[in-house]
Design a protein around this ligand. Structure first.
Ligand code: DC
Length: 224
């Protein structure tokens, strides 16, 4: 039987983690697990309930009651909160900011940790997030820290919005990216940081294909 492989990809918002992780997982035949989507699902539910995001006790109490799970539809991950598929609603700027806030709370993180660990025990996964190499899968076979400058990450997000026919303010987007980095890197619990044994990949001047190829070849070297 083939060995179960665990690949951790961490890095800041907008570094291209999800696009690249999805493609690399497909090439490798692994399951792609997007942990950011789980925090987003949780945040969406908290917003919908009208709970004050700054009220850690109230957010934590709700998080402990919630059941978050994932399923796969045509190979794409869907996030279910109390059985409801919330995937279509979790990519708004409001949910991004709320996910960054609630993910700093220990009980919110604890509510998702076992789900993430269990997924990786059962099958080969390529999991992306902020603390995968440091907290969720410290024994991962391959750890990648994928980053790019805040300006380039902001410009990529801006281009995506323009391509969708939306209006966008580049300076504001770069500011938002920096603010989210700041929050994700400076929280007390499971902050975004490069694991000691992670390989740094700076995608600032690389194409999606180049980064994907690099990750796939790093993983293949470890497959037996
Ligand atoms: O990767 P993303 O932008 O979808 O993540 C949304 C938020 O969730 C992000 O601001 C930080 C948080 N997050 C986290 O704290 N830990 C993870 N493993 C993944 C995401």
């Amino acid at each position: 039987m083939k060995k179960i492989m665990n690949v951790a990809i961490d890095g800041p918002a907008g570094a291209g983690k999800s696009t690249i992780a999805r493609r690399a997982a497909k090439e490798l035949g692994y399951i792609y697990v997007d942990t950011g989507a789980m925090y987003r699902g949780m945040a969406y539910h908290i917003l919908k309930k009208g709970i004050d995001l700054k009220d850690e006790a109230a957010v934590s109490a709700e998080a402990e009651k919630l059941s978050v799970s994932i399923s796969y539809e045509k190979g794409e991950q869907a996030v279910l909160v109390n059985g409801e598929n919330v995937t279509p609603f979790i990519r708004t700027p409001e949910v991004s900011a709320a996910a960054s806030t609630v993910s700093a709370y220990s009980k919110v993180r604890a509510a998702l940790l076992n789900l993430q660990k269990d997924l990786a025990k059962k099958q080969s996964v390529l999991m992306d997030g902020r603390d995968i190499g440091t907290v969720v899968l410290p024994q991962a076979d391959v750890k990648i820290f994928l980053t790019a400058s805040a300006e380039i990450r902001g410009k990529r997000r801006y281009d995506e919005l323009i391509a969708k026919g939306q209006t966008a303010d580049l300076d504001q987007i770069i500011e938002d990216v920096k603010k989210r980095d700041e929050q994700d890197m400076n929280r007390t619990i499971a902050p975004l940081r490069q694991a000691e044994d992670a390989i740094l990949v700076d995608s600032s001047h690389m194409s999606i294909e180049e980064v994907t190829d690099r990750i796939v070849s790093l993983v293949k070297m470890k497959e037996v």
